[in-house]
Design a protein around this ligand. Structure first.
Ligand code: GAL
Length: 991
């Protein structure tokens, strides 16, 4: 056969020969065979290889074996190419609908058996649940058809091609095709047959498709069935045993809506499902039915009459070893984890997930925005010229995609909104998709963020709107224009519910300001919350040169174009570890609010519809973090949206310690997603008696000295600390630098940001410009008194006249060693600072410092705009666990509002540090790390940090906030750190 380039790859049409209309992904009792497993596989570098492999008699003995489902770039240790990560960029020339001749093409073959008893089947159907990006199918050498729409199901009628006994199926998969232009989502490009392949016997008299549309209204449920079956297949019976429903429709014309009494509604909080079957004599289909009515009333989005607030996440299908291959057990764990962290909604960014995920969402309870597999973001670079969303040539492709999306998943009660796709500009094809959905499903609204002006969608949706902008949208100022809208369009958008389909970009250490958005949602009913970007990092497990495993991101596979670590922006690390941001989110969106007032607490149930009968409330009192009393708190049942007052217990206030009362709301019984006792909401009340902070003792008799002396446990040479309690320790050294976070490294867009920012320049660049990462010191003076040492240092950077004067006073106070550091910046600093702190080095010795115990905020890191998950208490952690393993090393580990710190070596307490608040009551935080900020800043991956046994303690008078600038607003001015004078006072004693 002559070699020729495949004509298919440039074909805009979604394929030939797949069954239409698409239908639901159903659980049927008709026979089927999974064709998952080992397939023969051959990878060619171009699409021009001959097609003789599809022939019945082709001998594939020399071929490799590959598992299906899988992505070939994740198999074979690199033998089949490597993953490519891009966000917006197309990794091939923008030449639509063409793709390069260098088009990796995977040929797959396998044998399968058709049992003799399938000869009764009316039809045999071959279903592919996901193939990226374009594939052609042959059965026994007969070409069956082709399809694209990678994250969509495609079925083919193979009846006339199959035979009883042995058969062979051949599939050719092209990595690139015209479809790649509409699948430009921000994720790895991962070709292959990555979802299930199934052979299905369709009986005569079977049910082609079924849709049970349900409703709920004041205790009454309704079922409106749509049955797709031959007239001869009737009667069709609907059974919902738990509700006593057994309804027979004798003929198609009899199918009519049913009312059902005694129904409990479905909600994300109480996901009540009823087992149902729809059957004919030949086939029975099992469904799990949830009763709920979705409705937009004015500018409110309601389910069962109550406003929904989405505390959601954007969920991609991603796994460090399997890519987008679905693993049900892992997905279930992930969804349970979401529930544990108070997440109640999922946007399936940016394509339909494996169909089983929606079964899990129905069962565990999530509000789902189900998104179509459509993104043409790369056309933005061309000012959207030729955008498939607006070119009639692509209309059928767009429509085919939305039809397959809606039809496959239409039975799920969890899906409350259909989304047309993501970042595809705007245009007539999107409007046509929306019109099709409106006609097909009147029970769910249509979302698409790119419809800024609201021409064809039902919800006003935005991504990364700033806090002031979100407030402007929520408030009633109908005359102020919204982004990209005329005043009239703005007024139209304000008639709709508002959703942040993406906000709070969780890349690296961040984001800040969850609480500011949540406060707006509480204030303005039009605002319905949103979906954090995003649930988890997409790291791919790889091996570093030194053999250590690590999570790879863009560029790690030597891609020609890539977008670096922009794919690592989840609240969960690639290895399933929740980052502090997930804890912060959980605390901010907790569904129960406690407001203390004297001896009472008001308990407000912020849920959609569930009361508090599933919760129990506990209290405990701690003195300096040590528990002294606890008990149950009797709180009357609180209905959704209501509040109840309860009396607080008598709290024994300690005279010489801080006294804190903590209340937890916890699950009273185990659920499918968490054990009994799992805490969903917490609040703390400071009941401490006021205690004076020792005043600074004035010292007058300073005289110059050589600075070589001992003061209590401290030894100094030349005015510099050399030992504490006999172990080598140096410091304090001014530290103004932090290893820039991803947000710190992001250029400012110059919009609505603090006056310190420079458009197009990142904070980190400004810090490096000013030399914060390379400060040098000049000792100005060393002075003594009988029991004190004072040094004055001028700290500045090369080629800069800016400086910070640092005065360090060591003295013996009340028999203890005290260090007071006065930090005074010169005039002229222009930018925000990452931190104002002092650093101590504790080099390895016989017993390296490898852990900390502290009383302050914990247990996890906190920053000024991300403090809500922190509680005041006593905590301990190893030096390793004090840091978060962000995929790209960066600032981590800051524990705020420190009172007392003990540095430990194994079980030995090495040094105690007591922290005195400054005159304004502000308390410093601390970081204990194996690496300096400068070392961390140089590493692109954790394995590049190298081993170290030195510990670096930084005590920070202040830290800059986190913000969300990688994609969204900068640090809110209130949490931005301007250069300023600060005092740090520490009392240090031996362990
Ligand atoms: C959005 C986009 C997401 C992701 C995010 C940044 O614009 O919809 O897919 O790219 O930005 O991480």
């Amino acid at each position: 056969m002559p070699s020729q380039l495949s004509p298919h790859v440039s074909d805009i049409a979604p394929g030939r020969g797949a069954l239409r209309p698409a239908r639901s992904w159903l659980h049927s009792d008709t026979p089927s065979r999974s064709l998952n497993g080992a397939w023969r596989f051959r990878l060619s570098p171009t699409a021009s290889v001959t097609e003789d492999f599809a022939a019945d008699g082709f001998v594939d003995d020399g071929w490799d074996s590959i598992p299906v489902p899988s992505h070939w770039v994740l198999e074979g240790d690199g033998a089949y190419g490597r993953p490519i990560y891009t966000n917006i960029q197309f990794p091939f020339p923008i030449d639509p609908p063409h793709v390069p001749d260098e088009n990796p093409t995977g040929d797959y073959r396998r044998h399968f058996d058709v049992p003799a008893d399938w000869s009764d089947a009316e039809r045999v159907v071959l279903r592919f649940d996901g193939v990226e990006s374009l594939f052609r199918v042959w059965v026994n050498g007969v070409e069956i058809g082709s399809a694209s729409g990678s994250r969509l199901a495609h079925e083919f009628d193979v009846t006339s091609a199959v035979r009883t006994g042995d058969n062979v199926v051949a599939v050719r998969v092209h990595q690139w095709s015209a479809a790649s232009y509409v699948e430009d989502q921000d994720q790895w490009w991962l070709p292959g047959i990555f979802r299930d392949v199934t052979l299905i016997a369709r009986p005569a008299g079977g049910i082609e498709d079924v849709w049970l549309r349900t409703g709920f209204d004041h205790g009454r449920g309704s079922v409106e069935a749509e049955i797709t079956a031959d007239a001869a297949a009737f009667p069709v019976t609907l059974c919902i045993p738990e509700l006593g429903v057994e309804h027979v429709w004798a003929a198609p014309a009899d199918v009519a809506p049913l009312d059902v009494t005694g129904v409990e509604p479905w909600s994300a909080e109480r996901p009540r499902l009823y087992d149902a079957t729809v059957s004919t004599a030949a086939e029975s289909i099992a469904l799990r039915v949830g009763f709920r009515t979705v409705e937009i009333r004015g500018d409110q989005f309601l389910v069962n009459g109550s406003r929904v607030v989405f505390h959601g996440v954007n969920r991609h299908e991603t796994h460090p070893e399997r890519g987008r291959v679905f693993d049900e057990e892992h997905a279930r764990e992930d969804l349970a984890r979401m529930k544990q962290f108070n997440i109640n909604a999922i946007r399936t960014s940016h394509y339909p997930p494996h169909p089983r995920l929606l079964d899990l969402a129905d069962e565990l309870g999530f509000w789902v925005v189900l998104e179509c597999d459509l993104e043409t973001h790369g056309f933005e670079k061309l000012d959207w010229v030729g955008n498939p969303s607006d070119d009639p040539a692509w209309r059928e492709t767009c429509l085919d995609r939305i039809r397959r999306t809606v039809e496959r998943d239409k039975n799920h009660p969890s899906i409350v909104i259909w989304s047309l796709g993501n970042e595809s500009g705007t245009g007539g094809n999107l409007a046509a998709m929306s019109a099709w959905v409106h006609a097909r499903d009147t029970g769910r609204p249509v979302h698409y963020e790119g419809d800024y002006t609201g021409e064809y969608t039902d919800i006003y949706s935005r991504m990364y709107a700033s806090v002031p902008e979100t407030e402007q949208i929520g408030s009633d100022g109908t005359r102020s224009a919204l982004l990209n809208c005329t005043p009239a369009q703005s007024a139209r958008q304000r008639t709709k519910p508002f959703l942040l389909c993406e906000y709070a970009h969780a890349m690296g250490n961040g984001p800040g300001a969850f609480d500011q958005y949540e406060a707006l949602v509480r204030q303005y009913p039009r605002l319905h919350g949103g979906f954090v970007w995003e649930w988890r990092d997409h790291g791919i497990l790889a091996t570093a040169p030194d053999g250590k495993p690590y999570y790879a991101y863009g560029g790690d596979f030597e891609e020609v174009v890539h977008d670096g670590n922009f794919v690592m922006d989840g609240m969960l690390l690639s290895n399933d570890v929740p980052t502090p941001s997930l804890h912060e989110f959980k605390a901010v969106v907790q569904p129960v609010e406690f407001v203390f007032d004297g001896e009472k607490v008001a308990v407000t149930n912020l849920r959609h519809s569930a009361d508090t009968s599933d919760l129990r409330f506990r209290w405990r009192v701690e003195h300096d973090g040590i528990p002294v009393a606890s008990g149950d708190l009797e709180i009357p049942l609180v209905a959704a949206g209501e509040s109840q007052w309860a009396s607080l217990p008598q709290v024994a206030v300690a005279p010489d310690a801080e006294t804190w009362l903590t209340i937890d709301a916890a699950l009273a019984a185990p659920t499918s997603w968490a054990p009994e006792g799992h805490v969903i909401a917490t609040a703390q009340l400071d009941c401490s008696a006021r205690r004076p902070v020792p005043a600074v003792r004035p010292q007058a008799d300073w005289r110059p000295g050589d600075g070589t002396l001992s003061l209590g446990i401290a030894e100094f040479t030349g005015g510099s600390l050399v030992r504490l309690a006999g172990r080598p320790v140096t410091g304090p050294r001014l530290e103004l630098f932090r290893a820039p976070t991803d947000n710190d490294e992001s250029p400012s867009d110059g919009v609505e940001e603090s006056d310190d920012s420079v458009a197009g320049v990142s904070s980190a660049d400004l810090w490096r410009r000013d030399g914060l990462d390379r400060l040098t010191t000049r000792r100005v003076s060393v002075e003594h008194t009988a029991d004190a040492l004072r040094t004055l240092d001028k700290v500045s950077a090369a080629n800069s006249a800016l400086c910070v004067m640092v005065e360090s006073i060591w003295s013996i106070e009340d028999g203890e060693l005290e260090l007071r550091v006065e930090i005074e910046p010169s005039r002229g600093w222009q930018t925000v600072w990452p931190r104002i702190g002092v650093r101590f080095e504790l080099p390895d010795g016989t017993a390296p410092v490898d852990g900390a115990q502290w009383f302050g905020l914990g247990p996890l890191e906190t920053y000024p705009d991300s403090l809500r998950a922190g509680r005041t208490g006593r905590f301990s952690a190893t030096v390793h666990d004090l840091s978060v393993d962000y995929a790209r090393p960066q600032e981590t580990g800051h524990r705020s509002e420190l009172r007392r710190l003990t540095l430990t070596s194994g079980s030995t307490e090495v040094l105690h540090v007591e922290v005195l608040p400054d005159t304004r009551g502000r308390r410093p935080g601390f970081t204990l790390s194996r690496h300096t900020p400068q070392q961390i800043a140089r590493a692109a991956h954790p394995f590049e940090l190298g081993d170290s046994t030195t510990s670096h303690l930084i005590v920070d008078a202040a830290q800059h906030g986190l913000g969300s600038r990688t994609c969204g607003p900068d640090v809110w001015p209130e949490f931005a750190l301007r250069p300023e004078s600060r005092t740090i006072r520490l009392r240090i004693s031996e362990g």
